[in-house]
Design a binder for this molecule. Structure first.
Ligand SMILES: Nc1nc2c(ncn2[C@@H]2O[C@H](COP(=O)(O)OP(=O)(O)OP(=O)(O)O)[C@@H](O)[C@H]2O)c(=O)[nH]1
Ligand SMILES: [Mg+2]
Length: 319
C-alpha cells in the first residue's frame, strides 16, 4: 500500500499533522479539524452589535448535518430573538430524514422550513412563516401606527451553508455574492427584498473549538471548513469509512466497490481510484486525486443524497 503523497494544511497551527505512514484501519490517522480565523471572531461581534436592529434571526442549517452545523454559541449570541430554523440543502439530504429532522425541531418549539436554495424549493413559504412568527409584534406596530415598518431579518449559519444564495432567492435577484467555497461573504450586507422585508447577510461563522471531533469532520466533509486546513486524504478516508457503513450501495454503484463486512477504509479509497483509472507511475493509485473526487462528488450530490446525522436520541449510531 503506497504512502499518501502530498499533504495540505502545513501552515495551520490548529491542525494536528497526521503521521506520514500507511493509512489503515489499524493505524487510523487522527484528524483534528479546527478553523476559527480572525474574521469569524469579528463577525460574532458584528452579529451581537446588529441584533438590536433585527426582529428575527434565521439560522440556516445544513440538512445533511443538522447537529454539526448548529452553532452551540448561537443561543447565547442571539438570546431572546425569535428564530426560524432552515434545513437548507434539503435536495442533497435523505428525504425521509429531512422529515424526521423537521419534526424534531417542531417538537422542540422551533419554527422550521426545509429549503433547496439551488432550485428555490421551499423558499416561497418563507415570508408567510416570518409573518406568522412575528404576528403579535406586527399587530403592536400597527396599534402604534408604525405602518410600513419593514420586518428586519438576520441570516446566520456556518460557512458555505447557503446564506447568500437564500437571500438572493428571497429577493429574487443576485444581490449577495455566493460561491461554492467557505468564507465568501466577508462583511455584513443589507438586502432590501421589498418595502416589507429587509434581510441581513452575514459571513459564515464556526466556533473556537469543536468539543466533539466528529463535528469538525462532518463540517469538513460538507465544505464548511476550508480544505487547505485539513489533510485531504485523511478527510477522504474518514468520509469513505462513514459512507461504507451507512450508504454502501451508493459507493458500490458509483465506484464499483466490493465492501466486505470488515473493511479497511483506505483500501476502499485505493480500490475506487484504481477502478476510476487514477494511476500514477508504476501502477500506483493516485489516492490524492481519488480523495478529492470522493469529496467533490459527495459535496455536489453526484454520489447521492445523504444525511450523516440522525435526531439526537439515536445519533450515537452514526458516529
Ligand atoms: N444543492 C444545493 N446547493 C446549494 C443550496 N444552497 C446553496 N447552495 C450552493 O452552496 C454554495 C454556497 O452558497 P453561499 O450562498 O455562497 O453560502 P454562504 O452560506 O453564503 O457561504 P459564506 O458566505 O462563505 O459563509 C453555492 O454554490 C450555492 O449554489 C441548496 O439548497 N442546495
Ligand atoms: Mg455568503
Amino acid at each position: 500500500m503506497p504512502k499518501p503523497k502530498k499533504r495540505g494544511g502545513s501552515n495551520n497551527r490548529w491542525v494536528k499533522k497526521p503521521k506520514p505512514q500507511k493509512q489503515q484501519e489499524t493505524q487510523r490517522e487522527e484528524l483534528t479539524v479546527q478553523w476559527y480565523p480572525g474574521h469569524m471572531a469579528k463577525t460574532r461581534r458584528m452579529i451581537q452589535e446588529n441584533l438590536r436592529l433585527v426582529d428575527l434571526v434565521v439560522e440556516i442549517l445544513d440538512a445533511r448535518i443538522p447537529v454539526s452545523s448548529r452553532n452551540p454559541d448561537l443561543d447565547a449570541l442571539v438570546e431572546g430573538k425569535p428564530r426560524l430554523v432552515l434545513l437548507n440543502r434539503a435536495d442533497q439530504a435523505d428525504p425521509a430524514l429531512n422529515q424526521r429532522w423537521s419534526e424534531f425541531f417542531r417538537q422542540r418549539g422551533c419554527s422550521v422550513l426545509q429549503t433547496d436554495c439551488k432550485s428555490g424549493a421551499g423558499v416561497k413559504a418563507f415570508s408567510g412563516v416570518v409573518k406568522a412568527i412575528l404576528k403579535e409584534q406586527m399587530e403592536k406596530w400597527q396599534e402604534k401606527g408604525m405602518l410600513g415598518r419593514p420586518v428586519r431579518v438576520m441570516v446566520v449559519g456556518v460557512p458555505n451553508v447557503g446564506k447568500s444564495t437564500f437571500i438572493n432567492r428571497v429577493a429574487n435577484r443576485k444581490s449577495a455574492v455566493a460561491q461554492n467555497r467557505p468564507g465568501v461573504t466577508r462583511g455584513k450586507q443589507w438586502v432590501n427584498v421589498d418595502e416589507g422585508l429587509d434581510l441581513l447577510d452575514t459571513p459564515g461563522i464556526l466556533w473556537p473549538k469543536f468539543e466533539d471531533k466528529t463535528v469538525g469532520l462532518h463540517l469538513a466533509f460538507t465544505g464548511a471548513v476550508k480544505d487547505t486546513v485539513v489533510d485531504i486524504e485523511t478527510l477522504a478516508l474518514h468520509l469513505m469509512r462513514l459512507l461504507a457503513r451507512r450508504y454502501p450501495a451508493a459507493l458500490k454503484e458509483r465506484y464499483r466497490l466490493e465492501i466486505p463486512d470488515e473493511f479497511d477504509a483506505w483500501s476502499l479509497v485505493e480500490q475506487a481510484g484504481r477502478n476510476r483509472g487514477f494511476l500514477i507511475s508504476g501502477g500506483e493509485v493516485d489516492t490524492e486525486r481519488m480523495s478529492r473526487v470522493l469529496l467533490e462528488e459527495f459535496r455536489s450530490g453526484k454520489l447521492g443524497r445523504f444525511t450523516l446525522e440522525l435526531p439526537p436520541e439515536r445519533r450515537e449510531e452514526l458516529l
